[in-house]
Design a protein. Structure first.
Length: 416
């Protein structure tokens, strides 16, 4: 065994381009990432047996899916131990936990229905983010917040208000602010006659919902847009223009999901514009393959470019970062881990870039040098810095976590 210290070598390599790996690791360890509970059970939830609706789909039938809160929490624990760093728990309202014989419809959900989740998060030192669930429900068969049926519309407004109260409860209990993301699948398969009517009703419903009193320093509502869904190919009520305009006017956060645009549109290019006009900005990091397929996040070019924009903006702390993917064709716990680790790697890589130097090359028009610098950066030993990050985060290095997850699959998941 030689005494060669790979991290030391990497540290020197990065120092030679003016990058401090210690500072990069330190910062990377503190950036919160919201871990989506819904990867563990194919967006199933616990409040009904209804199939997943809303134009989103999981495909695959890999065995071992979590079917109870206990199973989902156990699976999530395995994921958390292999992801490490600062994580938030990201819950959907449909993951309410009822006692035996108890039930509350979405408009009547209360903090107590999430008490076990609060206990789970507190034990692990995690904050909680929240999402009202405007799908997989009998009253979501057609439209929700933009429904022309006043009773249905009111039901969903009341759901949103209940969720704001629950979000505030999460923030108070954990001591960490709660980001509450609003996404509805409302839309039409075919060309509508009236595009403005549903959007006007949506705006009215959001106004009514956000009129619920909540502590603005503890709860940060945000609004997610989408260009289309399965069965909603021609028109979505919550389009990009609608959500951006509404969020700007009402001073709530916009949320961009990188699966929610036309295939050649890149969220990485949109981030800077949004930052100029918003104090805070939320992202759903996912991987669309030909459609909003929510594949597991890879360490691909767009994921890297998104991370680069976050870091280069010098406003990392103004982002609410969340994962949003669900793959039922592979081990769901491994999917959580590899996707989360990939995003973390992208963030660490971005922290290892000499942004000030690169910006200076751009500003002075030295684009040839910039191209060469960016390309040659790619073969620097960032993997060794990641390995050091893992050691400091107390998580297994690459190559060392999958065997234990496969043992868990054999002993626990397949035994369900
Ligand atoms: C759907 C949106 C939304 C959902 C989650 C489950 O296309 O991306 O964020 O994925 O709320
Ligand atoms: Zn999303």
């Amino acid at each position: 065994m030689c005494n060669f210290n790979a991290y030391q070598y990497a540290k020197e390599k990065f120092a030679s381009i003016g990058v401090d790996t210690e500072a990069a690791i330190e910062k990377a360890l503190t950036v919160p990432l919201a871990l989506h509970c819904w990867q563990g059970d194919d967006v199933g939830g616990f409040d009904s047996d209804m199939a997943l609706s809303g134009g989103i789909q999981t495909t695959g039938n890999y065995p071992g899916k979590a079917r109870t809160p206990e199973q989902l929490m156990a699976d999530m624990d395995v994921a958390i131990k292999n992801i490490g760093g600062v994580l938030k728990l990201n819950l959907h309202a449909s993951y309410a936990i009822f006692q035996k014989g108890e039930f509350a419809d979405r408009d009547a959900l209360e903090p107590k229905h999430f008490a076990p989740w609060v206990a789970f998060a507190k034990e692990r030192g995690m904050g909680i983010d929240f999402n009202p669930t405007f799908f997989s429900h009998p009253k979501a068969a057609e439209f929700t917040l933009s429904s022309p049926d006043e009773e249905i519309r009111r039901f969903w407004v009341d759901h949103g208000r209940a969720c704001l109260r629950i979000s505030e409860y999460f923030a108070r209990e954990t001591g960490i602010p709660c980001v509450m993301n609003i996404w509805t699948p409302d839309g039409y398969k075919d060309i509508p006659a009236d595009r403005i009517g549903p959007r006007a009703r949506f705006a009215k419903s959001l106004d009514e919902m956000l009129a619920e009193p909540y502590d603005h320093s503890l709860v940060f509502p945000c609004l997610e847009s989408k260009v289309f869904g399965i069965g909603l190919e021609s028109y979505t009520v919550g389009s990009a223009e609608f959500t951006l305009s509404y969020a700007a006017k009402k001073g709530i956060m916009p949320l961009m999901d990188n699966g929610h645009y036309h295939p050649t549109e890149m969220v990485s290019d949109k981030i800077a514009s949004l930052l100029l006009f918003n104090d805070k900005f939320a992202l759903h990091v996912t991987r669309p393959v030909r459609w909003d397929s929510d594949h597991v996040v890879r360490l691909d070019d767009e994921t890297r470019e998104i991370a680069k924009e976050i870091v280069a903006s010098e406003r990392i702390d103004d982002f609410a970062l969340a994962l949003d993917y669900f793959d039922a064709s592979i081990n769901r716990v491994a999917a959580w881990i590899v996707g989360a680790r990939n995003f973390r790697k992208a963030m660490l890589d971005a922290l290892l870039m000499p942004h000030a130097d690169w910006k200076a090359l751009q500003t002075s028009g030295r684009m040839t040098e910039l191209l060469v610098a960016q390309e040659e950066w790619k073969t620097l030993p960032a993997g060794e810095v990641w390995a050091e990050y893992c050691r400091r985060a107390g998580i297994p290095e690459d190559g060392a976590w999958l065997p234990s997850v496969l043992n868990y699959e054999r002993d626990v998941q397949l035994a369900r």
